[in-house]
Ligand binder design. Sequence first.
Ligand code: NAD
Length: 328
Amino acid sequence: MTRLLITGGAGFIGSNFIKYLFKNNNDISIINVDKLTYAGNLKNLEEIKNNDNYTFIKEDICNKTSMKYIINFYKPNYIINFAAESHVDRSIESSEEFIKTNVLGIQALLECSLNSKINRFIQISTDEVYGSNETGFFNEKSVLKPNNPYAASKASADLLVQSFHNTYGLPTIITRSSNNYGPHQHNEKLIPKVITNCLYRRKIPIYGDGTNIRDWIYVMDNCDAIYKVLNKGASGEVYNISSNNEKRNIDIVRIIIKKTKEILQTRGLDINGVSEDLIEFVTNRKGHDKRYGIDSSKLKDTLGWNPIIQFESGIEKTIEWYIDKELK
Ligand SMILES: NC(=O)c1ccc[n+]([C@@H]2O[C@H](COP(=O)([O-])OP(=O)(O)OC[C@H]3O[C@@H](n4cnc5c(N)ncnc54)[C@H](O)[C@@H]3O)[C@@H](O)[C@H]2O)c1
């Protein structure tokens, strides 16, 4: 049986990935280590919590003694690190927790992994490490030029991961995905915030003039990519993950308002006040990156990955999920 140690598995992508793994495998056991910060929620894993092959441990990845014990005790074949402070706005307010978890935490985890017999150590990173590009696409060899404290902490982690590969031969891989959306994302992030603000008729804040561009990938497509990387990715490599679905923030907000209204109407629910009047332009985020554009042809060409979920169906599933959660 293959054992996977997943850190940060109670968060958005981690919890979706754990469910993805159990759906696609009968012969795995998962140890999920999560500190349960404000962003971690065990309700995300309600349906698998009693699975005999699932173990949850509440712990901080920065705690070397515990992490070493866990790794020695469970002897995982793979370690996949999703644990992070992940919200850019919070990192602009204060970067301390970001440095602790995203930099010192990964350093602790890497050190604890050194004498283990893991096949792969996967670090889940982000397209934000490359910084902003108004045109063109960054590939895995592009220079790291992060612009906000969150992105800088993630870039620092990437460099540490690569240094452990180069120095000690640790079999690491880094994935850098674009913005994810789907069920279980914390309400503070753009897409859940727009949906829930529609549901409660609250103002929808948009930074600046709304022309900043993000590239959106459905979370299960990212999980599928991470799974391919886990099974077939080459040690020491980096893989970009994107589904080439760039949208201006203002456009995504308009799409969500329209779609939410349609779904509420189909369900016979009140649609009064669900309109673009909810939009409120607010002072731009400090140092707001204009656009992130990445090229994921390496992942497609070498590992045969392709995104499956079209944005129209992904956003519909996501809105349905938030309506069920909020208005049940
Ligand atoms: N969400 C995105 O769009 C996106 C895009 C690219 C990359 N990423 C990366 O993917 C990873 C997961 O992102 P997410 O959106 O699921 O984040 P999230 O904030 O939803 O979840 C993070 C999880 O990590 C846990 N955690 C935080 N600090 C910890 C610590 N010190 N020890 C143990 N657990 C800790 C939290 O409790 C939470 O469960 C992050 O590394 C993030 O940088 C996210």
